[in-house]
Ligand binder design. Sequence first.
Ligand SMILES: NC(=O)C1=CN([C@@H]2O[C@H](COP(=O)(O)OP(=O)(O)OC[C@H]3O[C@@H](n4cnc5c(N)ncnc54)[C@H](O)[C@@H]3O)[C@@H](O)[C@H]2O)[C@@H](O)CC1
Ligand SMILES: Nc1ncnc2c1ncn2[C@@H]1O[C@H](COP(=O)(O)OP(=O)(O)O)[C@@H](O)[C@H]1O
Ligand SMILES: [K+]
Length: 483
Amino acid sequence: MKPLYHSDKTKQLDIMAADALGLDSFALMQAAAAAIFKHINAFNSILVITGPGNNGGDGWVVAELARQNHQQVKVWPMQSIESLSGDARRAAELYQGQTIDAKPDSSASYDCIVDSIFGTGLNQAITGHYAKVIEWINLQASTIIAVDIPSGLNGSTGNIMGVAVEASQTISILALNTGLFTLDGKDCCGEVLLERLGVDSSCFAAVVAPDGLLLDQHHLVEISGHRSNNSHKGRFGHVLTAGGQAGMMGAVLLAGKAVLKSGGGLATIVTDSAHADMVALYAPELMALAFDGMNEQHLNQVLIDKQADVILLGMGMGQSQWSKDLYTCCLMAAKPLVMDADALGILSRAATIPDQLKVITPHPKEAAVLLSCSVAAVQQNRWASVLKLAQKYHCVAVLKGSGTLISDGKTVWCCPYGNANLATAGSGDVLAGMVAGLLAQGFSPAVASYLAVIWHALAGETNVFGLTMTASDLLNTLHQTVK
Ligand SMILES: NC(=O)C1=CN([C@@H]2O[C@H](COP(=O)(O)OP(=O)(O)OC[C@H]3O[C@@H](n4cnc5c(N)ncnc54)[C@H](O)[C@@H]3O)[C@@H](O)[C@H]2O)[C@@H](O)CC1
Ligand SMILES: Nc1ncnc2c1ncn2[C@@H]1O[C@H](COP(=O)(O)OP(=O)(O)O)[C@@H](O)[C@H]1O
Ligand SMILES: [K+]
């Protein structure tokens, strides 16, 4: 897994890399620019837009390399050369090509625009002239290459600070920043490429603790590689999927089916007696159990009889007395618990956190309730929020949304896959069922969570139904990602 760093660690990483390579800071800038130049050396006409810091410095060096390569290149500096300092000033002074000092007229077109306005040094919202230039960049049909980070994107959190470049490609230098992969990061970055300049990331990871780890689809081989031939359904776990108060049955059905679709051996739906009989009509492979409210003896007996390995609680469960009774009953069994949806609201008000709680799967609004803060506060720093959730509830937390984050309270994993087609009713119920299904098969809470998240996101991203995909379609096409 690639390490991810908040952008405040960049300077430290730059120094370590320079040491490892035996370069001074200007030679490191030249090496960075040479690595970026490889990605633009085939364009005919290039406009490099440079800012006040070292990100701008990279841009000046890239422009000089393009000039030497006989490409048509111009630099549009946002600041006068005299106002620059250090390596950036030196880089600008070495450039021997043309500059422009205002927006190109509409007849001038560039195949490629290089965004080297701001990198990791962005420290306030972008306004004024800078904002206008970024808005102009976003209107151009050119290929837009962002140096290190799209200007305006907060490299740590993935928030847009006022306005941000929407790049076709982002070429990160030395290390990847956390903000590239969550919240607005994915919309701003386009394709993310990493140029390590010959420095192995393990050289950093040993000294500077990463703030996150980037998940990769290759982890999914762990799922299919997990089972021996000499197996039976009892080996793959039994999940009791509890929820679906009167009139809200769909969510718990989707979750129960996802348990089986993710390889779980057995799934029993515990739901309102008004519709327990209908479960088999939807999916004959599901077992059903009616819960009438405070019928705890009955439920406990079933938990024992059915030897459930995992309880998944909350989908379509509501917040009524029936819901609270179901919550209470499920907690009486000392079985590993996964909580989603309405169970999270009850958990947030509960006097104690059950010892057996293994995973919670909130979307940002549920996370806000769990952390007693606003949705904006959760999203402002999703990295800190997912850590807080895991630490407060002593379990693995899955903070859903664009760039889903998973944490066990120490490590944060980030899923770079998925798209807005997953924003469809019931898609989270499917994810919760997948987490429980993998947990029941013996994966640890963290591994079950991140495997489910990768699988779910990739299935959504590659689904042939595109934006017409429903949660049922997603379930029925999971096999295209993992068989
Ligand atoms: N030798 C080096 O130092 C290397 C630097 N690198 C590049 O350097 C970048 C980091 O350089 P810097 O730390 O200079 O950061 P930036 O290039 O992002 O620029 C920071 C400057 O912008 C100003 N600024 C920040 N936010 C602003 C806003 N909203 N409006 C107006 N001005 C604002 C700051 O006051 C500061 O002067 C990296 O992203 C990377 O591109 C890499 O090439 C690796 C080597
Ligand atoms: N824009 C997006 N990009 C990637 N994944 C998304 C996006 N929007 C939603 N998702 C994913 O879809 C699922 C939606 O879950 P949730 O909000 O709980 O929906 P529901 O309650 O309808 O099941 C989550 O796994 C979430 O990460
Ligand atoms: K940039």
